[in-house]
Design a binder for this molecule. Sequence first.
Ligand SMILES: C[S@@+](CC[C@H](N)C(=O)[O-])C[C@H]1O[C@@H](n2cnc3c(N)ncnc32)[C@H](O)[C@@H]1O
Length: 263
Amino acid sequence: MCLGATFVERNRNSACGCLWCAMVATSLLVAGCAGLPSKTTTVVDGSADGGPAKGMIRASRGRLAPVYAPLAEFIVGEFDLAGCDGVGIDVGSGPGTLIIELAKRTKHHWVNADIDPNAFTFFHETAGKNGLTGRVSSIRADVHELPFRDGYADVIVSRGSYHFWKDKVKAFNEIYRVLKPGGVAFIGRGFSPNLPVETAREIRAGQGKSMEYSFAEESEELTRIMREVGVARYKIHNPSEAHGNAVNYGIWVELHKLARDRQ
Ligand SMILES: C[S@@+](CC[C@H](N)C(=O)[O-])C[C@H]1O[C@@H](n2cnc3c(N)ncnc32)[C@H](O)[C@@H]1O
């Protein structure tokens, strides 16, 4: 066990080990199965027909494709996740490309929790092609009301989603609630510092004005949110610094749920 995880792996094909989860997790799409969820969930047959999801699938296979493997490498190294099991959630994972890369490097069961299910079919097909069937699930979920019980996840990640969240304090409160004591979340947008600077520059050159956000403003907002949520241990990451701030690498917040936090 890593990160203080207490997950008991009773069935490799399921998130919580129960028979229902084992049955559903092995099917193409999973909803409401991520470990005795506390709220009603909806089974959805996501396809790539939806507009934004289709665009995100295209981006994740195109200009953003080089981003995910280094990001997964960074997360696994930073939080010592290699060889660890338990449950990981990617909030707003869309096509789930980050999950695929994380699942290749860890033993966790990874859950794609996205408000838009339209990329789920693509996600499960990709997982299958990578030999990860049974290691991943998907669930239609709004970050503001996550359908997971308290302390469910050992790790929660999210890339390129938090700036869409309408009530970020509520969203981060949910993430904190779902995090297991001893667990860690890594939430942000952009790239990891190990992405080659030429690659980062090329990606940014192909993106619009919406990617010209200010690190200082985002950092201030995330710091305020951490305080409001009551996170005792957090760290704002500025990956641009590793490259002399020559390219906008984005911003990330690492937050830990200490065993003694809000017990
Ligand atoms: C720009 S895409 C990023 C997708 C993926 N994380 C990646 O990096 O390839 C943003 C994702 O956040 C999801 N999202 C937006 N608001 C959300 C919410 N309230 N709860 C959960 N997911 C949300 C969208 O549906 C979309 O899949």
